[in-house]
Design a protein around this ligand. Structure first.
Ligand code: SAM
Length: 246
Protein backbone atom coordinates (compact mmCIF):
# COMPACT_ATOMS: atom_id res chain seq x y z
CA UNK A 1 0.00 0.00 0.00
CA UNK A 2 2.72 2.47 1.13
CA UNK A 3 4.72 1.88 -2.05
CA UNK A 4 1.71 2.89 -4.16
CA UNK A 5 0.98 6.02 -2.06
CA UNK A 6 4.69 6.92 -2.26
CA UNK A 7 4.34 7.15 -6.02
CA UNK A 8 1.89 10.03 -5.46
CA UNK A 9 3.62 11.98 -2.65
CA UNK A 10 6.36 12.03 -0.01
CA UNK A 11 5.40 9.95 3.02
CA UNK A 12 7.24 9.44 6.26
CA UNK A 13 6.87 6.53 8.64
CA UNK A 14 4.60 7.63 11.46
CA UNK A 15 2.46 6.50 14.40
CA UNK A 16 2.56 2.89 15.56
CA UNK A 17 4.75 1.91 12.59
CA UNK A 18 7.45 4.40 13.71
CA UNK A 19 7.20 3.06 17.28
CA UNK A 20 7.54 -0.53 16.05
CA UNK A 21 10.49 0.41 13.80
CA UNK A 22 12.25 2.10 16.72
CA UNK A 23 11.75 -0.91 19.00
CA UNK A 24 12.82 -3.40 16.33
CA UNK A 25 15.94 -1.35 15.48
CA UNK A 26 16.91 -1.13 19.16
CA UNK A 27 16.29 -4.79 19.88
CA UNK A 28 17.45 -6.44 16.66
CA UNK A 29 19.56 -4.13 14.49
CA UNK A 30 21.94 -2.32 16.85
CA UNK A 31 25.03 -4.31 15.81
CA UNK A 32 24.36 -3.53 12.14
CA UNK A 33 23.69 0.16 12.87
CA UNK A 34 26.85 0.43 15.02
CA UNK A 35 28.89 -1.09 12.20
CA UNK A 36 27.51 1.54 9.77
CA UNK A 37 28.53 4.25 12.25
CA UNK A 38 32.08 2.81 12.37
CA UNK A 39 32.29 2.71 8.55
CA UNK A 40 31.11 6.33 8.36
CA UNK A 41 33.60 7.45 11.04
CA UNK A 42 36.40 5.78 9.04
CA UNK A 43 35.34 7.56 5.84
CA UNK A 44 35.13 10.91 7.66
CA UNK A 45 38.50 10.33 9.34
CA UNK A 46 40.06 9.60 5.94
CA UNK A 47 38.60 12.83 4.56
CA UNK A 48 39.96 14.81 7.50
CA UNK A 49 43.44 13.45 6.80
CA UNK A 50 43.34 14.68 3.20
CA UNK A 51 44.47 18.33 2.81
CA UNK A 52 42.21 18.81 -0.26
CA UNK A 53 39.06 17.68 1.56
CA UNK A 54 39.96 18.60 5.15
CA UNK A 55 36.99 20.29 6.85
CA UNK A 56 37.49 23.60 8.62
CA UNK A 57 36.82 22.82 12.27
CA UNK A 58 34.60 19.92 13.31
CA UNK A 59 33.36 17.89 10.33
CA UNK A 60 29.71 18.72 9.60
CA UNK A 61 27.78 15.53 8.90
CA UNK A 62 24.20 15.06 7.70
CA UNK A 63 22.11 11.91 8.05
CA UNK A 64 19.20 11.94 5.61
CA UNK A 65 16.10 10.04 6.81
CA UNK A 66 17.53 8.70 10.11
CA UNK A 67 14.30 6.98 11.23
CA UNK A 68 14.89 6.47 14.98
CA UNK A 69 18.37 8.05 14.70
CA UNK A 70 20.58 5.26 16.02
CA UNK A 71 23.33 5.54 13.38
CA UNK A 72 23.84 9.26 14.09
CA UNK A 73 23.70 8.64 17.84
CA UNK A 74 26.35 5.91 17.59
CA UNK A 75 28.46 8.06 15.24
CA UNK A 76 28.44 10.91 17.78
CA UNK A 77 30.22 8.60 20.24
CA UNK A 78 33.07 7.94 17.78
CA UNK A 79 34.47 11.41 17.18
CA UNK A 80 34.09 15.14 17.47
CA UNK A 81 31.49 15.88 14.81
CA UNK A 82 28.63 18.30 14.29
CA UNK A 83 25.81 15.92 13.26
CA UNK A 84 22.39 16.78 11.91
CA UNK A 85 19.69 14.19 11.20
CA UNK A 86 16.76 15.18 8.98
CA UNK A 87 13.59 13.13 8.54
CA UNK A 88 10.19 13.98 7.08
CA UNK A 89 8.37 12.23 9.93
CA UNK A 90 7.57 14.43 12.91
CA UNK A 91 6.98 11.27 14.96
CA UNK A 92 10.46 9.97 14.15
CA UNK A 93 12.02 13.34 15.01
CA UNK A 94 10.41 13.11 18.47
CA UNK A 95 11.70 9.52 18.82
CA UNK A 96 15.20 10.59 17.65
CA UNK A 97 15.31 13.39 20.22
CA UNK A 98 14.23 11.05 23.03
CA UNK A 99 16.79 8.43 21.94
CA UNK A 100 19.58 11.05 21.76
CA UNK A 101 18.67 12.43 25.19
CA UNK A 102 18.71 8.95 26.73
CA UNK A 103 22.22 8.38 25.33
CA UNK A 104 23.38 11.98 26.06
CA UNK A 105 24.24 12.20 22.36
CA UNK A 106 24.92 15.57 20.76
CA UNK A 107 22.92 15.28 17.51
CA UNK A 108 20.55 17.91 16.12
CA UNK A 109 17.43 16.23 14.68
CA UNK A 110 15.22 18.36 12.43
CA UNK A 111 12.15 17.75 10.32
CA UNK A 112 12.50 18.19 6.56
CA UNK A 113 11.89 16.66 3.16
CA UNK A 114 14.82 15.26 1.17
CA UNK A 115 13.29 16.80 -1.96
CA UNK A 116 13.76 20.30 -0.54
CA UNK A 117 16.19 20.20 2.35
CA UNK A 118 16.22 23.09 4.85
CA UNK A 119 19.98 23.65 4.47
CA UNK A 120 22.12 26.12 2.54
CA UNK A 121 24.25 24.98 -0.40
CA UNK A 122 27.57 23.31 0.53
CA UNK A 123 26.68 22.94 4.23
CA UNK A 124 28.13 19.48 4.92
CA UNK A 125 31.48 17.70 4.71
CA UNK A 126 29.83 14.27 4.63
CA UNK A 127 26.33 12.85 4.32
CA UNK A 128 24.83 9.41 4.62
CA UNK A 129 21.47 7.80 4.09
CA UNK A 130 20.51 4.26 5.00
CA UNK A 131 17.52 2.15 3.96
CA UNK A 132 15.50 5.13 2.74
CA UNK A 133 15.83 5.56 -1.03
CA UNK A 134 12.99 3.17 -1.64
CA UNK A 135 10.88 5.39 0.64
CA UNK A 136 11.47 8.58 -1.34
CA UNK A 137 8.78 9.83 -3.70
CA UNK A 138 11.38 11.43 -6.00
CA UNK A 139 14.78 9.72 -5.58
CA UNK A 140 16.33 11.68 -8.50
CA UNK A 141 15.46 14.95 -6.73
CA UNK A 142 16.90 13.47 -3.50
CA UNK A 143 20.24 13.01 -5.30
CA UNK A 144 20.14 16.58 -6.62
CA UNK A 145 19.50 17.89 -3.12
CA UNK A 146 22.28 15.74 -1.67
CA UNK A 147 24.68 17.18 -4.24
CA UNK A 148 23.56 20.73 -3.42
CA UNK A 149 24.00 20.53 0.37
CA UNK A 150 27.37 18.71 0.16
CA UNK A 151 30.57 20.73 -0.07
CA UNK A 152 32.30 20.18 -3.44
CA UNK A 153 34.98 18.06 -1.73
CA UNK A 154 32.48 16.41 0.63
CA UNK A 155 31.90 12.67 0.68
CA UNK A 156 28.73 10.62 0.87
CA UNK A 157 27.52 7.10 1.55
CA UNK A 158 24.12 5.69 0.56
CA UNK A 159 23.23 2.22 1.81
CA UNK A 160 20.06 0.62 0.54
CA UNK A 161 18.33 -2.60 -0.30
CA UNK A 162 18.93 -4.19 -3.70
CA UNK A 163 15.81 -5.34 -5.56
CA UNK A 164 17.92 -8.15 -7.00
CA UNK A 165 18.66 -9.51 -3.51
CA UNK A 166 18.17 -13.28 -3.51
CA UNK A 167 15.66 -15.07 -1.27
CA UNK A 168 18.59 -16.77 0.47
CA UNK A 169 20.27 -13.41 1.20
CA UNK A 170 16.97 -12.02 2.53
CA UNK A 171 16.48 -15.04 4.78
CA UNK A 172 20.04 -14.71 6.12
CA UNK A 173 19.45 -11.02 6.87
CA UNK A 174 16.20 -11.68 8.74
CA UNK A 175 17.78 -14.60 10.64
CA UNK A 176 20.56 -12.25 11.82
CA UNK A 177 17.88 -10.26 13.68
CA UNK A 178 17.06 -13.32 15.84
CA UNK A 179 13.36 -12.57 15.88
CA UNK A 180 10.75 -15.04 17.07
CA UNK A 181 7.16 -15.91 16.26
CA UNK A 182 5.02 -13.19 14.77
CA UNK A 183 7.89 -10.66 14.57
CA UNK A 184 9.95 -13.10 12.47
CA UNK A 185 7.04 -13.75 10.13
CA UNK A 186 6.17 -10.05 9.87
CA UNK A 187 9.75 -8.96 9.10
CA UNK A 188 10.24 -11.80 6.58
CA UNK A 189 7.07 -10.83 4.73
CA UNK A 190 7.87 -7.11 4.93
CA UNK A 191 11.34 -7.69 3.47
CA UNK A 192 10.34 -10.05 0.70
CA UNK A 193 6.98 -8.62 -0.35
CA UNK A 194 7.01 -4.88 0.35
CA UNK A 195 10.60 -3.64 0.80
CA UNK A 196 12.28 -5.61 -1.98
CA UNK A 197 9.57 -4.69 -4.47
CA UNK A 198 10.03 -0.99 -3.72
CA UNK A 199 13.85 -1.13 -3.78
CA UNK A 200 16.13 -0.25 -6.71
CA UNK A 201 18.62 -2.43 -8.52
CA UNK A 202 22.26 -1.49 -8.98
CA UNK A 203 21.51 -0.69 -12.64
CA UNK A 204 18.67 1.63 -11.62
CA UNK A 205 20.94 3.44 -9.16
CA UNK A 206 23.55 3.77 -11.96
CA UNK A 207 20.92 5.37 -14.22
CA UNK A 208 19.74 7.77 -11.48
CA UNK A 209 23.32 8.77 -10.65
CA UNK A 210 24.21 9.27 -14.32
CA UNK A 211 21.46 11.85 -14.67
CA UNK A 212 22.30 13.52 -11.31
CA UNK A 213 24.88 16.32 -10.83
CA UNK A 214 27.28 13.79 -9.22
CA UNK A 215 30.12 12.92 -11.55
CA UNK A 216 31.97 10.62 -9.22
CA UNK A 217 30.51 7.55 -7.54
CA UNK A 218 31.29 3.92 -6.87
CA UNK A 219 28.71 1.18 -6.23
CA UNK A 220 29.33 -2.02 -4.32
CA UNK A 221 26.81 -4.86 -3.99
CA UNK A 222 26.75 -7.44 -1.21
CA UNK A 223 24.21 -9.42 0.81
CA UNK A 224 20.84 -7.75 0.34
CA UNK A 225 22.30 -4.30 -0.18
CA UNK A 226 23.88 -1.72 -2.42
CA UNK A 227 26.48 0.78 -1.10
CA UNK A 228 27.06 3.96 -3.07
CA UNK A 229 30.14 6.04 -2.34
CA UNK A 230 29.81 9.64 -3.54
CA UNK A 231 32.33 12.32 -4.54
CA UNK A 232 35.58 12.07 -2.62
CA UNK A 233 34.43 8.89 -0.91
CA UNK A 234 34.23 7.33 -4.38
CA UNK A 235 37.55 8.78 -5.45
CA UNK A 236 39.12 6.75 -2.66
CA UNK A 237 40.24 9.87 -0.79
CA UNK A 238 37.65 9.45 1.95
CA UNK A 239 37.49 5.72 1.55
CA UNK A 240 41.12 4.68 1.98
CA UNK A 241 42.29 3.41 5.33
CA UNK A 242 45.16 5.27 7.06
CA UNK A 243 47.48 2.34 6.19
CA UNK A 244 46.58 2.53 2.50
CA UNK A 245 47.17 6.27 2.44
CA UNK A 246 50.69 5.69 3.79
C1 SAM B 1 13.01 2.51 6.36
S1 SAM B 1 13.27 3.99 7.25
C2 SAM B 1 15.05 4.02 7.41
C3 SAM B 1 15.49 4.60 8.72
C4 SAM B 1 16.98 4.53 9.03
N1 SAM B 1 17.76 5.30 8.08
C5 SAM B 1 17.48 3.12 9.12
O1 SAM B 1 18.47 2.77 8.47
O2 SAM B 1 16.91 2.35 9.90
C6 SAM B 1 12.98 5.23 5.99
C7 SAM B 1 12.96 6.64 6.55
O3 SAM B 1 12.79 7.57 5.46
C8 SAM B 1 11.98 8.64 5.93
N2 SAM B 1 11.49 9.37 4.76
C9 SAM B 1 10.63 8.95 3.82
N3 SAM B 1 10.44 9.89 2.87
C10 SAM B 1 11.23 10.95 3.22
C11 SAM B 1 11.48 12.22 2.64
N4 SAM B 1 10.89 12.59 1.51
N5 SAM B 1 12.35 13.05 3.25
C12 SAM B 1 12.96 12.67 4.42
N6 SAM B 1 12.75 11.49 5.01
C13 SAM B 1 11.90 10.62 4.42
C14 SAM B 1 10.94 7.93 6.76
O4 SAM B 1 10.19 8.77 7.62
C15 SAM B 1 11.82 6.93 7.51
O5 SAM B 1 12.34 7.49 8.68
Amino acid sequence: MMQYLRKIKDLGITGSMAKWYDKNSRESRMEELKSYAKDIAALVEAGCANPAAKPQGRPRILEVAPGPGYISIELSKLGSYTITGMDISEDFIKICKANAERESADVDFVQGNVSNMPFADASFDFLFCSAAFKNFHDPAQALREMYRVLKPKGGGLIIDMNRNASNAALKAEVDKMRLRGFSHLWVSLTFSIFLRKGAYTRAEFETMLASSPFSNWKIKEGGIGVCIYLNEAAAGVWGRSPQERG
